[in-house]
Design a protein around this ligand. Structure first.
Ligand SMILES: Cc1cc2nc3c(=O)[nH]c(=O)nc-3n(C[C@H](O)[C@H](O)[C@H](O)COP(=O)(O)O)c2cc1C
Length: 202
């Protein structure tokens, strides 16, 4: 069975600059021998978390929508790539809504003390974070990174590495930065490689 990686696209633009970097990372992970499922979050139809707290006592969410199938996918995956442009100094709202709906995982892990992810699998699950921003402010990625890191802890897929590029208002087209494109490919490859080599050595 190939190792599975989920690739979340947090930009509304499928072929935008975030999307191009994500494609590089996906290719890297596939070349390393993993199966990658890309999920464009903006194409999903789902509600925000309504704080019903059904998930305090249940392993799923009371709201039935496109998030319903996500919980099992996120339990089964071996690693995750999150790609998002900075919006209002954080991640895009729809991606944040998506992450908020993982309160289902939060309650299992922190309230009932029974994480969905067994200890053995927690050791190998990792998140690669890819982000770009329009401006070149020194702290432009801080908000996005804090959220990505919190999400990684909640779903037991901790923040592992990153590819960040600021100043996209000047750069415009990420393909004019082959070093960044190459970094996305390489990190995707490394993310996949560590899963495949962990399996070989077990
Ligand atoms: C609604 C919105 C909010 C944004 N907010 C910020 C911001 O706070 N800081 C910043 O540096 N860039 C901001 N940007 C710029 C994007 O991060 C930048 O244009 C990025 O390259 C878009 O990625 P894409 O090609 O995947 O769409 C914003 C863009 C949009 C559309």
């Amino acid at each position: 069975m190939p190792r599975k990686i989920i690739a979340l696209l947090g930009s509304p633009r499928m072929g935008g600059n975030t999307g191009k970097l994500l494609e590089q990372a996906i290719k890297g992970a596939e070349d390393a021998g993993c199966e990658v499922e890309k999920i464009p979050v903006f194409h999903l139809q789902f509600k925000p978390c309504m704080e019903i707290f059904y998930c305090m006592e249940h392993e799923d969410c009371k709201i039935k929508d496109d998030m319903t199938g996500m919980y099992q996918k996120f339990r089964d995956m071996d690693s995750l790539i999150v790609a998002a442009p900075v919006m209002t100094m954080g991640i895009p709202g729809k991606l944040k809504m998506f992450m908020d709906r993982f309160q289902v995982f939060y309650m299992a892990k922190y309230f009932r003390n029974e994480s969905f992810i067994p200890l053995e699998r927690r050791k190998e699950r990792r998140m690669l974070f890819i982000s770009i921003s329009g401006m070149a402010l020194p702290d432009v990625f801080e908000g996005a990174k804090i959220t990505a890191k919190a999400f990684g802890e909640i779903i037991d897929c901790p923040y592992w590495d990153e590819v960040l590029q600021n100043d996209m208002d000047t750069i415009r087209d990420i393909t004019t930065k082959p070093d960044v494109m190459e970094a996305a490919y390489r990190k995707g490859y490394e993310l996949g490689r560590r899963l495949v080599s962990a399996e070989k050595s077990s």
